[in-house]
Design a protein around this ligand. Structure first.
Ligand SMILES: [Ca+2]
Ligand SMILES: [Ca+2]
Ligand SMILES: [Ca+2]
Ligand SMILES: [Ca+2]
Length: 319
């Protein structure tokens, strides 16, 4: 009997990470997502004033889901002012055919119709104490409204956060929930993006990480980072890479570095780790990260890493 209790406990513990469906996820250890107002300067860390995330709902989920946004306003707590707060951010949820498949988010530049699919729900937020440090819930959404993507095993909704006007930084988080009033994870659900706009911690001991998935067509990856402000180190981990350093950008520029991908790394998750500068404190550091394959197609970052975090194997690297 004891043995079975142990097995059940193990299964419960093993299942726990699958339920961390916030973006950023707890395991990523990133404080907030960020999007600046439509008139902001890119030197504040947001290269295109727009962030596109996707929610993956497994086919097993038939009950409605909600996409919840924490602190959607720009003002009060958490956010980053430039002068007076005057920023409007629009959050829009897209569903239906084309919302994932034909998206321009697959390439790094924000060209083409990245708003493909049909607009299911939309709301703009400005300086609004009603939503300061509070959750706003979009939905309910019937999972069948999402675009069916066979290779992802489920249906996809898209959420676009776009800076409309103003010049301040909006910090926020997402949660994919089965409830409109609390965060209850969708079993087997996930969130992913092709271009991660994020805020690093002010804590110099802080380490964050994100998890691009490398598919079987990839023979090399280009890791790009924007406006890193020389804040510490970026390292790459995988089954074959044990913390290889990646060059970092300074103020208001992109740095692109290429790394080969071995056969053993195909169809697996890579970890990109952000280690804060321990000698100089860089505060309010907003950065943008993309990873592209040799065709220039952006790879997805999943908040719940596919297959779990990579574990480095010295034998693979030796070969
Ligand atoms: Ca302002
Ligand atoms: Ca706020
Ligand atoms: Ca905010
Ligand atoms: Ca920055």
């Amino acid at each position: 009997m004891k043995k079975y209790i142990c097995i059940i406990l193990f299964l419960l513990l093993a299942a726990t990470p699958l339920l961390s469906q916030s973006a950023p996820a707890i395991d990523e250890n990133i404080p907030y997502l960020m999007t600046f107002g439509g008139n902001a300067s890119t030197s504040w860390g947001d290269d295109d004033l727009c962030q596109i995330f996707y929610c993956l709902i497994p086919s097993s989920q038939t009950d409605p889901v909600y996409i919840r946004v924490y602190d959607p306003d720009t003002g009060g707590a958490l956010d980053e002012p430039k002068g007076e707060y005057n920023t409007i951010t629009n959050f829009s949820i897209y569903a239906g055919k084309g919302c994932w498949l034909d998206t321009a988010a697959l390439v790094i530049s924000k060209t083409g119709n990245y708003r493909n699919g049909y607009l299911s729900s939309s709301k703009s937020f400005g300086f609004d104490p009603e939503y300061d440090k509070k959750w706003y819930s979009f939905g309910p959404f019937n999972p069948s409204e999402g675009e069916y993507v066979a290779k992802l095993g489920g249906r996809v909704f898209k959420i676009i956060a776009q800076g409309i006007s103003g010049d301040d930084g909006n910090l926020y988080k997402y949660f994919l929930s089965t409830s409109p009033v609390e965060n209850i994870a969708v079993e087997g659900g996930n969130l992913f993006t092709y271009k991660y706009h994020l805020r690093l911690s002010d804590d110099q001991q802080h380490v964050s990480q994100i998890y691009p998935f490398v598919d079987d067509r990839t023979i090399s990856i280009q890791v790009s980072n924007f406006d890193w402000d020389n804040d510490g180190i970026i390292r790459i981990f995988s089954v074959a890479k044990n913390g290889i350093p990646c060059d970092v950008s300074g103020d208001d520029n992109w740095i692109i570095r290429e790394f080969p991908i071995l056969d053993e790394e195909k169809n697996s998750t890579v970890e990109i780790q952000f280690i804060k500068n321990k000698s100089v404190q860089v505060k309010n550091n907003n950065v943008v990260i993309t990873v592209r394959n040799q065709y220039g197609i952006s790879l997805p970052f999943y908040v719940v890493p596919i297959g779990g975090r990579p574990v480095y194997s010295p034998k693979i690297r030796m070969k």
